[in-house]
Write a new protein. Structure first.
Length: 241
């Protein structure tokens, strides 16, 4: 039975909020400008590889299964929103980080750091390295555009908090049960370093700040969106009649 504690639970909640926040922002604004599809696809790949144990390992807890499936579905929905719902707003030219190299490097390192030769274990090892570097296309895209959008900054801060809690969780497990996984732990520390570097970059003078969160602006848009959706519903009813 996997050990579940407050640190991992807080980390899972922060991870869920980060993905949900980005998903809501994309659909609310009806656009995905400044959001990297490559980053989101790498996140999906990492979660898919990591959660193979849901289907193949019988001792996965109900909490773990529900949380993992929820995270994966949220991540897939975010990628779908960028690729299928709002493709016209996706900036292909600026999302030019060579993600295939990241996958190749993660695969090689995953094999090197795996604890034993087993397909689920190898995929689990690869997933942590993929996740550690998955944010790089997003940082490259923000750098290319020379801008710092509020939604990306908040998303990155939430991810940083999530991973920090998980590293604390790993330290707690090591102290309590001497549970140590070198590949996962190294990848987690590298991931936090990349996240904090990204936050520093997005709050630096190298990028232009705009699109700060303005709740009054969002509130003013709500009636317009509701009226527009009501009109679409009425139109569809008239056409069906």
């Amino acid at each position: 039975m996997p050990h579940i504690n407050a640190y991992s639970c807080i980390g899972d909640i922060a991870h869920s909020i980060a993905i949900l926040y980005l998903l809501i922002a994309i659909n609310w604004r009806e656009g995905c400008s400044s959001v990297s599809l490559k980053c989101q696809l790498l996140q999906c790949l990492a979660l898919t590889l990591r959660y193979l144990d849901i289907w193949f390992i019988s001792y996965t807890s109900a909490y773990t299964a529900i949380m993992n499936i929820s995270l994966l579905l949220l991540s897939l929905t975010t990628s779908f929103s960028i690729a299928a719902r709002y493709p016209s707003g996706y900036d292909v030219a600026d999302d030019n980080f060579p993600a295939s190299y990241l996958i190749l490097l993660s695969t090689l390192l995953g094999f090197a750091f795996t604890r034993y030769i087993d397909i689920v274990e190898i995929c689990y090892s690869i997933s942590h390295i993929v996740e550690a570097v998955a944010i790089l296309p997003q940082l490259r895209m923000s750098h290319n555009r020379g801008e710092s959008k509020a939604v990306i900054r908040h998303y990155l801060i939430l991810l940083s908090f999530y991973k920090t809690m998980y590293v604390i969780n790993w330290l707690y497990k090591y102290i309590q049960w001497h549970d140590y996984y070198m590949g996962k732990n190294i990848a987690g520390i590298v991931q936090i370093a990349i996240y904090y570097y990204g936050i520093r970059m997005l709050y630096s003078d190298d990028v232009v700040f705009y699109d700060r969160l303005d709740l009054s602006q969002w509130a003013s848009k709500l009636p317009c969106k509701l009226r527009r959706r009501r009109k679409l519903v009425n139109l569809s009813k008239e056409q069906s009649v």
